[in-house]
Design a binder for this molecule. Structure first.
Ligand code: AMP
Ligand code: ZN
Ligand code: FE
Ligand code: FE
Length: 283
């Protein structure tokens, strides 16, 4: 059986394994194909490629922070992007803006916490991000260190990063994201599109419009989807002619899910590879 996991995070964003450790862990977990998909960055690509074990095929990608402005307030969503040219100026510019905003936003959150007497600093949080794309899990790490919560999940409760100390990010318009990735020769897959546990989800009519704009696939098998939500996503993908993926969304110790916990069918993977022209798969 070919084991394909197309959604994994490293320390280039909010995962806890370095890109090199991530690809080695992928091989140890028995994966044949794995994608590195850090939030809003390709910063882990080079190290992952250099450390890629024999027998593991590496798909280079990213997970883009997006927003749909068709609801009030707008709905945040994540778009996986695979095999795009990282030097393509429009997309590279979009990603750079997202990362700068992540820093400003994280600093704002830390300042609000500090103003309420929480003993954490921006320097500490920036240290956890270690030059990678900063996210709330890095602030969660500081809250754990300060003894205020025990787990990342607890740090996302409403009295902390989930609501009381929530500051929105300046995400990409989702249509801009789909078009920019296409222009860079890449392929987009809508990550966990029905994950109601994460908050509001977009209506199917948006997914219909995104398919018309060039969206390539939908992630159905994900730990944040119930069996009903997975079935719904599958049916919608079939109706719209989109590929279906399944992936772990591995984050190391920032989450409990294991590499390979959810997998993508070889036929879907092959369609993604055939459609992409930005960079080749490695392996
Ligand atoms: P951010 O990108 O800074 O808004 O932070 C969101 C990131 O935190 C995503 O990568 C999620 O995987 C992770 N995350 C979101 N909610 C939770 C949660 N309840 N527990 C643990 N991690 C979470
Ligand atoms: Zn993450
Ligand atoms: Fe996501
Ligand atoms: Fe993710």
């Amino acid at each position: 059986m070919t084991r394909i996991d197309l959604h994994c995070h490293s320390t280039a964003s909010d995962g806890t394994l370095t890109p090199a450790e991530l690809v080695r862990a992928g091989a140890e977990a028995g994966l044949d194909v794995m994608a590195i998909t850090d939030h809003d960055t390709t910063g882990g690509w080079e190290a992952a490629a250099a450390a890629r074990p024999e027998g593991l095929t590496l798909v280079r990608g990213a997970e883009l922070s997006c927003r749909w402005h068709g609801a009030e307030p707008p709905i945040a969503l994540h778009m996986l992007a695979y095999l795009f040219d990282p030097a393509e100026p429009r997309l590279a510019g979009d990603l750079a803006r997202l990362r700068t905003d992540r820093e400003q936003r994280a600093e704002k959150i830390v300042n609000r916490l500090a103003a309420d007497g929480v003993p954490i600093t921006w320097d500490e949080v920036r240290g956890y991000a270690a030059g990678g794309s900063v996210g709330r899990p890095h602030i969660a790490q500081a809250l754990i260190r300060a003894g205020l919560v025990r787990t990342t999940t607890e740090a996302f409760h409403s009295q902390w990063l989930g609501a009381r100390y929530f500051v929105p990010k300046a995400d990409l318009d989702v249509f801009e994201a789909v078009r920019a990735v296409r222009a860079a020769g890449g392929v987009t897959v809508f990550a966990h599109p029905r994950a109601t546990v994460r908050g509001r989800v977009v209506p199917d009519r948006l997914i219909v419009e995104l398919a018309e704009a060039g969206l390539f696939g939908l992630e159905a098998d994900h730990e944040d989807h119930t069996p009903e939500e997975r079935a719904h996503v599958r049916a919608l993908a079939e109706r719209l002619g989109l590929v279906v993926t399944g992936s772990s969304d591995f984050h190391g110790t920032h989450k409990t899910v294991r590499l390979g916990a959810f997998l993508t069918a070889p036929s879907a993977y092959e369609k993604i590879v055939s459609a992409a022209t930005g960079v080749p798969v490695l392996g």
